[in-house]
Design a binder for this molecule. Structure first.
Ligand code: MZP
Length: 508
């Protein structure tokens, strides 16, 4: 006879935190959001920790090298998507590891034959007004000049005019050699009253750009996720098919942490993958596994050697697995049960396995709920997809800016390995994800700051200055549907007709 769980499957929306005593010590500026990222023994520090408990989803539409750099700057971590050729994925990882804050790869580049109309289109699309001109229009071509908004007047310069005719040519430009430090580049910028300086190699090929505004980035980002060599930290997704080739390539490229990306992790394939990694690399390569939604699944992956376990099936905003296959579990219920299993495993073995709550976060306060329920950190797709730094197009739909966001199980991503159940290589036989838009929300930095301000504030209401303290002290209650109505603005006529959105996510 089938097994029936006692509890219905519940979502984050069905819970609230009940405040506890807050001492005068308990103020938001004292809250530490440091989170364990890899398993560790009782009393020992984890080898890997996050400075903020947020990681970006292993998805084409979320986590490329640009997202990874932006998130590591704020103290979180990205997992570069694995549904791409391994050389390409390793190159993204390498770009994060080689990134020098303040030295950026130029993403708005011109060739001398382009027209002013094309320059304006690029400016509108990317939001940059400084564009180097290279022989072949690439980011590393021979430098021929530069175009800034000082080089043309829209009212006077014809839209058909060629870049070569109005750019500031190379001989009138200031550029700096490859070995230039950030400090010296900044001095050049100030001494010459520039907004940027191109860094060139011995053959005068463009390598990087240094912009005036980036100089202070290190100082203003105290939570940056840096490795022992002061490089940004980055994770990468792997699958249970080509791990023997992919894992060594990612390790070689410098990935700090891997994660098996699969819709369902309680499987022999994950056990084999973890076993292979341990046999080849011992404990030196850290790898998370998942996803699971019950105690049995957790224990299986913990015993198979996972460094962290990811929780969640079917709750992702772009996910239709529950509709298509009828499998999954409400994210809150799944997390609560898995956290209980994790705590029992810790008591029994002395090994603490961090949990990542993956998918289904809609409002900012859901993040704090997930942490209170036992997650150590959160994986977010939709949240990050809305920002400038996500790799997808920003498009105007009926007067509002949107970013594209598609699931790994959609026909667009065709990540069949994520849904692989063994047997012949079949490709994606049916979709488990959708292709969608999410409202454009601006920069990652501003949004993350707001989200974390709310998180710190709620933690103080619960009398907690750290995530483990929140987990120990949190008091949670389920809510009735009528009390949800009571929780919003109600029985008043709002002066501002814009619907109130209780989250920086802003969809509901
Ligand atoms: P969300 O933050 O957008 O709600 O959910 C992101 C999570 O959804 C990802 O981390 C991943 O676990 C899951 N995901 C990604 N693609 C699909 C799909 O196409 C999916 N079904 O479920």
């Amino acid at each position: 006879m089938a097994f029936y769980f006692d509890e219905p499957s519940r979502t984050f929306n069905e819970y609230l935190l009940v405040p506890g005593y807050s001492s005068s010590e308990c103020i938001p500026s004292k809250v530490s959001l440091k989170a364990a990222l890899s398993k560790h023994r009782k009393g020992a520090e984890p080898e890997l920790s996050l400075n903020i408990p947020l990681v970006s989803a292993i998805m084409q539409s979320v986590s490329d090298d640009g997202m990874a750099i932006a998130l590591a700057t704020e103290g979180g971590l990205s997992f570069i998507f694995g549904s791409q050729p391994l050389e390409q994925q390793a190159a993204m990882v390498a770009r994060v590891k080689n990134y020098k804050a303040g030295f950026v790869d130029s993403d708005a580049n011109l060739s001398p034959d382009m027209t002013l109309a094309e320059v304006l289109e690029l400016k509108e699309r990317l939001g940059h007004s400084t564009m180097p001109v290279t022989e072949d229009g690439s980011a590393n071509g021979k430098l021929l000049g530069i175009v800034t908004s000082r080089d043309y007047r829209i009212t006077r310069t014809a839209a058909s005019e060629r870049v070569a005719d109005f750019m500031t040519p190379r001989e009138k430009m200031v550029a700096a050699p490859l070995e230039t430090s950030l400090k010296v580049a900044n001095d050049i910028i100030w001494d010459n009253k520039l907004n940027s300086v191109p860094i060139v190699d011995g053959d005068d090929h463009l390598v990087h750009m240094v912009f005036r505004k980036d100089y202070d980035s290190h100082k203003s980002n105290p939570l940056e996720m840096l490795d022992s060599q002061k490089r940004y930290m980055v994770g990468a997704g792997i699958n249970t098919r080509d791990y023997a080739e992919r894992v060594p390539a990612l390790v070689e490229a410098g990935a700090d942490l891997l994660c098996i990306d699969s819709s369902e992790g309680h499987s022999a394939w994950q056990e084999q993958t973890l076993g292979w990694i341990r046999a080849q690399f011992g404990e030196g390569v850290k790898v998370g596994a998942g996803n699971v939604v019950d105690a049995e699944g957790f224990r299986f992956l913990a015993e198979a050697g996972a460094d962290f376990v990811k929780v969640g099936i079917g709750g992702g905003s772009i996910c239709i697995t529950r509709e298509q296959k009828g499998i999954g579990r409400g994210q809150a219920t799944a997390l609560i049960e898995v956290a209980q299993a994790r705590n029992a495993y810790f008591k029994e073995t002395g090994v603490y396995v961090p949990l990542c709550s993956d998918g289904g976060i809609v409002y900012d306060h859901h993040m704090t709920l997930a942490l209170a329920m036992g997650a150590d950190f959160l994986m977010l797709g939709r949240y990050f997809a809305r920002f400038d730094e996500s790799p997808t197009n920003k498009v105007n739909i009926n007067g509002s800016y949107m970013k594209e966001y598609w699931g790994e199980g959609s026909a667009r991503a065709r990540n069949w390995q994520r849904y692989d159940l063994g047997g012949e290589k079949t490709g994606l036989t049916f979709e488990e994800g959708v292709d969608s838009y999410v409202p454009y929300a601006g920069s990652l930095k501003d949004n993350v700051a707001l989200t974390l301000a709310k998180m710190r504030s709620t933690m103080c209401n619960c009398g907690a200055l750290t995530i483990p303290e929140l987990q120990a002290k949190a008091k949670l209650t389920t809510v009735s549907s009528t009390s949800i109505v009571e929780g919003g603005a109600h029985d008043v006529l709002l002066k501002d007709k814009t619907p109130y959105v209780g989250s920086s996510i802003g969809l509901r």
